[in-house]
Design a protein around this ligand. Structure first.
Ligand code: ADP
Ligand code: MG
Length: 315
C-alpha cells in the first residue's frame, strides 16, 4: 500500500505499537495503536507540548481531567494519559468507524429513523453531561462525533466479496459494516478540548463558588448548556438533509446568519421531511437561549419519542 505513511516512534510510548494515523488536529496527531500489554486496539492523541502556550497546556490537562470523570456508552472513554518531555499522549477508546461526518458524506443524508437513532445516542451523552456531571461540551459537531460500528463476523461459508481498493479496510479479517449497512453502531462524543464544568451536581451551585456569585454568572453558566443544544440542532439538521443549516463562503456573512438565526428548510430537500422533525429543529435553532429546548425537553419531543423501525443491538 503506497498511501501508508511512515509512523513516528515516540519516546515513552513503548507500550503501544502505532498502526495507522486517524486524524490531525491543530496541535495533535491521532493514531490507531495496539496496546501491547492488553492486545487491545486504542486511539492515541499525541499533543505536541512545545507548540502550546502555558494556558493551552493547562487546557489539555483540563480536557483529561474532565474525561477522567466520565463514563458513558456514548462518550469516548479515556484509557490513560502519558506525559513526556515533548508530548501529552491521551489514550482513548478506539472508534473504528471514524467521524460521523464521513458517514453523512457516504450516504448523502440519513433517513429520519437513522438520524433519530444517531441523535438519540448523542443526546443521551449530553443528558449525562448536563444533568449528572454539570459539564458542557461546547464543541459538538460531526467531526467530534465518532462512530463505533458493530463488527460483523466474517461469514464462514464464503469470504466477503472484495472490491478493488478495498483490501485495506480491516487488518484482521473482521468485516466492518457502516451505519447504514447490516449493523448499526454506536455514536460517541469525542474531543473534550473545549469542555467546561459549569455546575456542581452535589451542591447545585456554579463550580468553585460558595455564594458570592452574581446572578448573571449563575444564569450565564446555567444557560451555557444551551450551546450544546444549538449544536445538537445543527447536527440533526445536517443529518436529515446532508448540508448544514448555516453556511456561507464568507465568514462575515456566515457569522451574520448565525447571529440572526437565519436558516431555512430548503426546498426540495426538506419537502419530504416530517413536520415533527422541523418543529424539533426550530426549538433548538432558536436565538433566545432561554427559550431553546433543554436536553430534557428534547428527549420528550414527539419526534424523539417516535419509535423507529431500526433494530439497535448495541444499547
Ligand atoms: P482536536 O482537538 O485536534 O480536534 P480530536 O480529539 O477531535 O482533536 O481528534 C481529531 C480527530 O482524530 C477526530 O476528528 C477523529 O477523526 C480522530 N479521532 C479522535 N479520537 C478518536 C478515537 N477515539 N477513535 C477514532 N478516531 C479518533
Ligand atoms: Mg476535534
Amino acid at each position: 500500500n503506497l498511501a501508508k505513511q511512515r509512523l513516528p516512534s515516540y519516546e515513552g510510548l513503548e507500550r503501544y505499537k502505532l498502526l495507522d494515523k486517524l486524524g490531525d488536529g491543530a496541535f495533535s496527531n491521532v493514531y490507531k495503536a495496539l496496546d501491547l500489554e492488553t492486545q487491545e486496539k486504542v486511539a492515541i492523541k499525541a499533543v505536541r507540548k512545545f507548540e502550546l502556550k502555558p494556558q493551552q497546556r493547562a487546557s489539555v490537562l483540563k480536557e483529561v481531567q474532565i474525561m477522567r470523570t466520565l463514563k458513558h456508552p456514548s462518550i469516548v472513554q479515556l484509557k490513560g494519559f502519558i506525559e513526556t518531555k515533548g508530548y501529552y499522549f491521551i489514550i482513548l477508546e478506539l472508534c473504528q468507524g471514524g467521524e460521523l461526518f464521513h458517514q453523512i458524506v457516504r450516504f448523502t443524508y440519513f433517513s429520519e429513523d437513522l438520524a433519530r437513532h444517531c441523535v438519540r445516542q448523542v443526546a443521551e451523552a449530553i443528558q449525562y453531561l448536563h444533568e449528572e456531571k454539570g459539564v458542557v461540551h461546547r464543541d459538538i459537531k460531526p467531526e467530534n462525533l465518532l462512530f463505533d460500528p458493530i463488527p460483523i463476523a466474517p461469514r464462514t461459508s464464503a469470504p466477503p466479496p472484495t472490491q478493488p481498493g478495498d483490501d485495506d479496510k480491516e487488518d484482521e479479517g473482521e468485516f466492518i459494516e457502516g451505519v447504514g449497512g447490516g449493523g448499526i453502531g454506536r455514536v460517541k462524543i469525542a474531543d473534550f478540548g473545549l469542555s467546561k464544568v459549569v455546575w456542581d451536581q452535589n451542591t447545585q451551585t456554579p463550580c468553585g463558588t460558595v455564594g458570592y456569585t452574581a446572578p448573571e454568572i449563575v444564569k450565564d453558566e446555567r444557560y451555557s448548556k444551551s450551546v450544546d443544544m444549538w449544536a445538537l440542532g445543527c447536527v440533526l439538521y445536517t443529518l436529515l438533509c446532508g448540508f448544514p443549516p448555516f453556511y456561507d463562503e464568507s465568514i462575515q456573512v456566515l457569522t451574520e446568519k448565525v447571529a440572526k438565526g437565519q436558516y431555512t428548510f430548503l426546498s426540495p430537500w426538506w419537502d419530504p421531511i416530517s413536520a415533527e422533525a422541523k418543529d424539533l429543529i426550530e426549538h433548538l435553532l432558536c436565538i433566545d437561549s432561554e427559550e431553546r429546548y433543554t436536553i430534557k425537553q428534547f428527549m420528550n419531543h414527539p419526534w424523539m419519542r417516535t419509535s423507529s423501525t431500526l433494530l439497535s443491538t448495541n444499547n
